[in-house]
Design a protein around this ligand. Structure first.
Ligand code: AR6
Length: 176
């Protein structure tokens, strides 16, 4: 019953109380615009301090990978930072890389015994990934993971804009 563990909401991910919220970061891990900027602004400097320590240790984060930090002042307990692909026409492995973001974030949550995790619509802003395609990749990757792992209790898809909300709900209603 993986589909019962998925909730789709419209709103601001920085307000979500979950064991982890996911950040659509860049490979420098040092902040940026969009949801990344919002998370660092609302969460305060502790998140960036953790990111700097990770950079010192492993030198950033590759596209499709994920790392975990504190959530600072946010209501969530942790932030999982993943780096989505920049959309470049579709033949640069973008689909696999976006699926990797969702899967690696869920794996990291499992490894840290986190039961609830919230995602934004990774790559669909500044990185220009087509929203309809991104919604199908997100949903399929999450459902596959939930079917194979029972430790995650809830996945919340937090859509900030109406278009992402529409495509995400549409894909869920028609295919899941
Ligand atoms: N809560 C939830 N979703 C949000 C919020 C929010 N507060 N703010 C924006 N979104 P983007 P990307 C949605 O551009 O495309 C940064 O500079 C937004 O509507 O944040 O992966 C990073 O440092 C969109 O649907 O991330 C990278 O350099 C989705 O979040 C780059 O942007 C993703 O948009 C990453 O680009």
């Amino acid at each position: 019953m993986a589909y019962r563990k998925i909730r789709i909401v419209k709103g601001d991910i920085t307000k979500i109380k979950a064991d982890a919220i996911v950040n659509a970061a860049n490979s420098s891990l040092l902040g940026g615009g969009g949801v990344d900027g919002a998370i660092h602004r609302a969460g305060g400097p502790d998140i960036l301090n953790d990111c700097r320590a990770i950079v010192a240790r492993q030198g950033g984060c590759k596209t499709g990978n994920a790392v975990i930090t504190t959530a600072g002042r946010l209501p969530a307990k942790h932030v999982i930072h993943t780096v989505g692909p920049v959309w470049n026409g579709g033949d640069k492995n973008e689909v696999t890389l976006l699926a990797n973001c969702y899967r690696h974030s869920l794996e990291l949550a499992s490894r840290h015994h986190l039961a609830t995790i919230a995602f934004p619509n990774i790559s669909t802003g500044i990185y220009h990934f087509p929203k309809e395609l991104a919604a199908s990749i997100a949903m399929n990757t999450i459902v596959t993971y939930l079917e194979e792992h029972s430790d995650i209790e809830e996945v919340i898809l937090v859509c900030y804009d109406d278009e992402n909300l529409r495509y995400t709900e549409q894909y869920y209603n028609q295919h899941i």
